[in-house]
Design a protein around this ligand. Structure first.
Ligand code: SIN
Ligand code: NI
Length: 264
Protein backbone atom coordinates (compact mmCIF):
# COMPACT_ATOMS: atom_id res chain seq x y z
CA UNK A 1 0.00 0.00 0.00
CA UNK A 2 1.15 3.52 -0.70
CA UNK A 3 2.02 4.81 2.77
CA UNK A 4 1.68 8.49 1.86
CA UNK A 5 -1.53 10.03 3.15
CA UNK A 6 -1.27 13.41 1.47
CA UNK A 7 0.25 15.26 -1.46
CA UNK A 8 0.53 19.00 -1.51
CA UNK A 9 -0.53 20.26 -4.92
CA UNK A 10 1.16 23.34 -6.36
CA UNK A 11 -0.76 26.57 -6.94
CA UNK A 12 -0.26 25.94 -10.68
CA UNK A 13 -1.97 22.55 -10.46
CA UNK A 14 -4.94 23.97 -8.55
CA UNK A 15 -5.21 26.81 -11.06
CA UNK A 16 -4.92 24.41 -14.01
CA UNK A 17 -7.88 22.40 -12.69
CA UNK A 18 -9.93 25.56 -12.03
CA UNK A 19 -9.30 26.87 -15.57
CA UNK A 20 -9.47 23.64 -17.56
CA UNK A 21 -11.88 21.46 -15.57
CA UNK A 22 -9.54 18.48 -15.49
CA UNK A 23 -6.01 17.55 -14.45
CA UNK A 24 -3.64 14.61 -14.78
CA UNK A 25 -1.67 13.61 -11.67
CA UNK A 26 1.17 11.17 -12.28
CA UNK A 27 2.43 8.34 -10.07
CA UNK A 28 -0.25 8.71 -7.42
CA UNK A 29 -0.87 4.98 -6.83
CA UNK A 30 1.76 2.27 -6.45
CA UNK A 31 2.11 -0.76 -8.71
CA UNK A 32 1.35 -2.99 -5.70
CA UNK A 33 -1.92 -1.16 -5.08
CA UNK A 34 -2.83 -1.49 -8.75
CA UNK A 35 -2.05 -5.21 -8.77
CA UNK A 36 -4.45 -5.64 -5.86
CA UNK A 37 -7.12 -3.46 -7.48
CA UNK A 38 -6.81 -5.39 -10.74
CA UNK A 39 -7.24 -8.75 -9.01
CA UNK A 40 -10.36 -7.57 -7.14
CA UNK A 41 -11.78 -6.06 -10.34
CA UNK A 42 -11.30 -9.30 -12.25
CA UNK A 43 -13.05 -11.26 -9.50
CA UNK A 44 -16.00 -8.88 -9.42
CA UNK A 45 -16.24 -8.71 -13.21
CA UNK A 46 -16.41 -12.48 -13.39
CA UNK A 47 -19.32 -12.55 -10.92
CA UNK A 48 -21.19 -9.75 -12.73
CA UNK A 49 -20.64 -11.25 -16.20
CA UNK A 50 -22.16 -14.51 -14.98
CA UNK A 51 -25.37 -12.62 -14.09
CA UNK A 52 -25.65 -10.90 -17.50
CA UNK A 53 -27.07 -12.10 -20.82
CA UNK A 54 -24.62 -12.63 -23.73
CA UNK A 55 -23.13 -9.40 -25.13
CA UNK A 56 -25.37 -9.26 -28.21
CA UNK A 57 -28.49 -9.43 -26.00
CA UNK A 58 -27.39 -6.61 -23.68
CA UNK A 59 -28.74 -3.07 -23.91
CA UNK A 60 -26.72 -0.60 -26.01
CA UNK A 61 -25.25 1.14 -22.94
CA UNK A 62 -24.13 -2.17 -21.41
CA UNK A 63 -22.23 -2.90 -24.61
CA UNK A 64 -20.02 0.18 -24.09
CA UNK A 65 -18.44 -1.28 -20.96
CA UNK A 66 -19.06 -3.71 -18.12
CA UNK A 67 -19.98 -1.43 -15.26
CA UNK A 68 -20.13 -2.16 -11.52
CA UNK A 69 -21.67 0.75 -9.62
CA UNK A 70 -20.87 1.09 -5.91
CA UNK A 71 -18.31 -1.67 -6.16
CA UNK A 72 -17.06 -0.68 -2.66
CA UNK A 73 -20.39 -1.87 -1.25
CA UNK A 74 -20.02 -5.25 -3.00
CA UNK A 75 -16.45 -5.90 -1.93
CA UNK A 76 -15.07 -4.26 1.20
CA UNK A 77 -11.50 -4.70 -0.04
CA UNK A 78 -12.27 -1.82 -2.41
CA UNK A 79 -12.97 0.62 0.44
CA UNK A 80 -9.32 1.46 0.79
CA UNK A 81 -9.28 2.56 -2.86
CA UNK A 82 -12.61 4.36 -2.94
CA UNK A 83 -11.72 6.06 0.35
CA UNK A 84 -8.02 6.46 -0.45
CA UNK A 85 -6.58 9.26 1.71
CA UNK A 86 -4.29 10.60 -1.01
CA UNK A 87 -7.03 10.70 -3.67
CA UNK A 88 -9.41 12.38 -1.22
CA UNK A 89 -6.73 14.84 -0.21
CA UNK A 90 -6.05 15.82 -3.83
CA UNK A 91 -9.81 16.10 -4.49
CA UNK A 92 -10.22 18.39 -1.48
CA UNK A 93 -7.44 20.69 -2.68
CA UNK A 94 -8.76 20.85 -6.24
CA UNK A 95 -12.31 21.50 -5.06
CA UNK A 96 -11.13 23.97 -2.41
CA UNK A 97 -13.48 22.11 -0.07
CA UNK A 98 -12.94 21.51 3.64
CA UNK A 99 -14.36 17.96 3.38
CA UNK A 100 -15.38 15.69 0.50
CA UNK A 101 -18.00 12.96 0.43
CA UNK A 102 -18.28 9.90 -1.78
CA UNK A 103 -21.17 10.01 -4.27
CA UNK A 104 -20.37 6.61 -5.79
CA UNK A 105 -17.62 4.61 -7.39
CA UNK A 106 -17.85 2.51 -10.55
CA UNK A 107 -15.66 -0.03 -12.27
CA UNK A 108 -15.73 0.29 -16.06
CA UNK A 109 -14.11 -2.49 -18.05
CA UNK A 110 -13.90 -2.46 -21.82
CA UNK A 111 -13.02 -5.93 -23.01
CA UNK A 112 -11.11 -6.37 -26.26
CA UNK A 113 -13.72 -6.64 -29.00
CA UNK A 114 -13.89 -5.89 -32.67
CA UNK A 115 -17.36 -4.47 -32.00
CA UNK A 116 -16.28 -2.33 -29.02
CA UNK A 117 -17.84 1.10 -28.62
CA UNK A 118 -16.48 4.45 -27.55
CA UNK A 119 -17.93 6.28 -24.56
CA UNK A 120 -19.59 9.19 -26.38
CA UNK A 121 -18.61 12.78 -25.55
CA UNK A 122 -20.66 13.78 -22.51
CA UNK A 123 -20.74 15.52 -19.15
CA UNK A 124 -21.28 13.65 -15.87
CA UNK A 125 -23.06 16.28 -13.78
CA UNK A 126 -26.39 16.15 -15.70
CA UNK A 127 -26.75 12.51 -14.53
CA UNK A 128 -26.25 13.36 -10.85
CA UNK A 129 -29.25 14.47 -8.75
CA UNK A 130 -27.40 17.39 -7.20
CA UNK A 131 -28.17 21.07 -6.94
CA UNK A 132 -24.56 22.24 -6.78
CA UNK A 133 -22.11 21.44 -9.59
CA UNK A 134 -18.97 20.87 -7.45
CA UNK A 135 -18.71 17.09 -7.97
CA UNK A 136 -15.70 15.50 -9.68
CA UNK A 137 -14.67 12.11 -11.05
CA UNK A 138 -11.31 10.48 -10.49
CA UNK A 139 -10.42 8.10 -13.30
CA UNK A 140 -7.92 5.37 -12.38
CA UNK A 141 -6.74 3.06 -15.17
CA UNK A 142 -5.26 -0.28 -14.09
CA UNK A 143 -2.96 -0.48 -17.12
CA UNK A 144 -1.23 2.05 -19.36
CA UNK A 145 -3.86 3.75 -21.51
CA UNK A 146 -3.65 5.53 -24.85
CA UNK A 147 -5.85 6.05 -27.90
CA UNK A 148 -5.69 2.34 -28.77
CA UNK A 149 -7.35 1.07 -25.59
CA UNK A 150 -9.68 3.85 -24.51
CA UNK A 151 -7.85 6.62 -22.68
CA UNK A 152 -9.79 9.73 -21.73
CA UNK A 153 -10.03 12.94 -23.75
CA UNK A 154 -11.24 16.28 -22.38
CA UNK A 155 -12.30 19.66 -23.72
CA UNK A 156 -10.39 22.21 -21.62
CA UNK A 157 -12.59 24.92 -20.14
CA UNK A 158 -15.89 23.26 -21.11
CA UNK A 159 -16.93 23.00 -17.45
CA UNK A 160 -17.49 26.76 -17.48
CA UNK A 161 -19.63 26.95 -20.63
CA UNK A 162 -23.00 26.60 -18.90
CA UNK A 163 -23.92 23.40 -20.76
CA UNK A 164 -25.90 20.91 -18.63
CA UNK A 165 -27.37 18.22 -20.82
CA UNK A 166 -27.68 14.43 -20.74
CA UNK A 167 -26.46 12.58 -23.83
CA UNK A 168 -27.33 9.05 -24.91
CA UNK A 169 -24.07 7.42 -23.79
CA UNK A 170 -24.46 4.39 -26.01
CA UNK A 171 -24.12 6.61 -29.09
CA UNK A 172 -27.20 4.93 -30.62
CA UNK A 173 -29.25 8.14 -30.76
CA UNK A 174 -26.42 10.05 -32.39
CA UNK A 175 -26.52 12.88 -29.80
CA UNK A 176 -23.68 15.35 -30.22
CA UNK A 177 -22.79 17.58 -27.30
CA UNK A 178 -20.73 19.77 -29.60
CA UNK A 179 -23.99 20.94 -31.21
CA UNK A 180 -24.53 22.87 -27.98
CA UNK A 181 -21.39 24.92 -28.53
CA UNK A 182 -21.40 25.23 -32.30
CA UNK A 183 -21.37 29.02 -32.09
CA UNK A 184 -18.02 29.01 -30.31
CA UNK A 185 -14.89 29.68 -32.40
CA UNK A 186 -13.31 26.32 -33.32
CA UNK A 187 -10.00 27.16 -31.62
CA UNK A 188 -11.80 27.41 -28.25
CA UNK A 189 -13.19 23.88 -28.56
CA UNK A 190 -10.06 21.75 -28.31
CA UNK A 191 -10.10 18.00 -27.69
CA UNK A 192 -7.11 16.94 -25.59
CA UNK A 193 -6.41 13.24 -25.22
CA UNK A 194 -4.77 12.01 -22.07
CA UNK A 195 -2.62 8.88 -22.33
CA UNK A 196 -1.58 7.69 -18.85
CA UNK A 197 0.97 5.33 -17.38
CA UNK A 198 -0.27 2.82 -14.82
CA UNK A 199 -0.25 4.61 -11.45
CA UNK A 200 -1.33 7.95 -12.91
CA UNK A 201 -4.91 9.25 -12.82
CA UNK A 202 -7.11 12.09 -14.02
CA UNK A 203 -9.57 14.22 -12.06
CA UNK A 204 -12.37 15.98 -13.96
CA UNK A 205 -15.17 18.36 -13.06
CA UNK A 206 -18.67 16.90 -13.54
CA UNK A 207 -19.42 19.49 -16.25
CA UNK A 208 -16.27 18.95 -18.35
CA UNK A 209 -16.91 17.42 -21.79
CA UNK A 210 -15.07 14.08 -21.96
CA UNK A 211 -14.79 10.93 -24.06
CA UNK A 212 -13.06 7.54 -24.02
CA UNK A 213 -12.42 5.57 -27.20
CA UNK A 214 -13.05 1.90 -27.83
CA UNK A 215 -10.58 -0.73 -26.77
CA UNK A 216 -8.77 -2.05 -29.83
CA UNK A 217 -6.00 -3.74 -27.82
CA UNK A 218 -5.80 -7.42 -26.83
CA UNK A 219 -6.16 -6.76 -23.09
CA UNK A 220 -9.12 -5.54 -21.02
CA UNK A 221 -9.13 -1.82 -20.26
CA UNK A 222 -9.97 -1.75 -16.57
CA UNK A 223 -10.81 1.51 -14.82
CA UNK A 224 -12.01 2.46 -11.35
CA UNK A 225 -13.73 5.82 -11.28
CA UNK A 226 -14.64 7.50 -8.00
CA UNK A 227 -16.98 10.45 -7.70
CA UNK A 228 -16.53 12.89 -4.84
CA UNK A 229 -18.67 15.90 -3.96
CA UNK A 230 -17.98 18.73 -1.52
CA UNK A 231 -19.58 18.09 1.86
CA UNK A 232 -22.84 20.07 1.95
CA UNK A 233 -23.87 19.19 -1.62
CA UNK A 234 -27.68 18.90 -1.71
CA UNK A 235 -30.13 16.53 -3.41
CA UNK A 236 -32.23 18.11 -6.17
CA UNK A 237 -35.14 15.67 -5.83
CA UNK A 238 -34.79 14.13 -9.31
CA UNK A 239 -35.12 10.32 -9.71
CA UNK A 240 -31.85 8.40 -9.57
CA UNK A 241 -31.12 4.69 -9.03
CA UNK A 242 -28.92 5.46 -6.00
CA UNK A 243 -31.37 7.75 -4.21
CA UNK A 244 -34.84 6.46 -5.15
CA UNK A 245 -34.87 3.93 -2.30
CA UNK A 246 -33.82 6.42 0.40
CA UNK A 247 -37.19 7.34 1.90
CA UNK A 248 -36.11 10.18 4.11
CA UNK A 249 -34.02 12.03 1.48
CA UNK A 250 -35.90 15.11 0.32
CA UNK A 251 -35.08 17.78 -2.25
CA UNK A 252 -32.77 20.30 -0.64
CA UNK A 253 -31.33 17.85 1.92
CA UNK A 254 -27.54 17.59 2.10
CA UNK A 255 -26.18 14.15 1.19
CA UNK A 256 -25.06 12.44 4.40
CA UNK A 257 -24.81 9.13 6.22
CA UNK A 258 -23.06 5.83 5.55
CA UNK A 259 -24.09 5.61 1.89
CA UNK A 260 -22.27 8.87 1.13
CA UNK A 261 -19.41 8.84 3.64
CA UNK A 262 -17.05 11.73 4.31
CA UNK A 263 -13.71 10.63 2.90
CA UNK A 264 -11.46 13.38 4.06
C1 SIN B 1 -14.88 5.44 -19.79
O1 SIN B 1 -13.99 5.11 -19.01
O2 SIN B 1 -15.09 4.80 -20.81
C2 SIN B 1 -15.72 6.64 -19.51
C3 SIN B 1 -15.41 7.34 -18.26
C4 SIN B 1 -16.31 8.50 -17.96
O3 SIN B 1 -17.21 8.80 -18.68
O4 SIN B 1 -16.12 9.16 -16.92
NI1 NI C 1 -18.28 10.40 -17.76
Amino acid sequence: MNTETSIELTEDQIEFYANNGYIQIDNILSQVELDELTAITDELNEKIEAELPPMEERGAYDQVFLQVVNAWQRDERLCKFTQHPVLADVARQLLKASRVRLWHDHLMTKFPSKDGKPTTWHQDFPYWPMNEPGGMSIWIPMQDVDLANGCMSFVPGSHAWGVDETIDLSGMRGDDIFERVKDKPAHEVQRVYCPLKRGSVTFHDGRTFHYAGKNTSDEPRRVLSIIYMPDGTTYNGKPHALTDAIDDLKAGDAFSGDLFPVIG
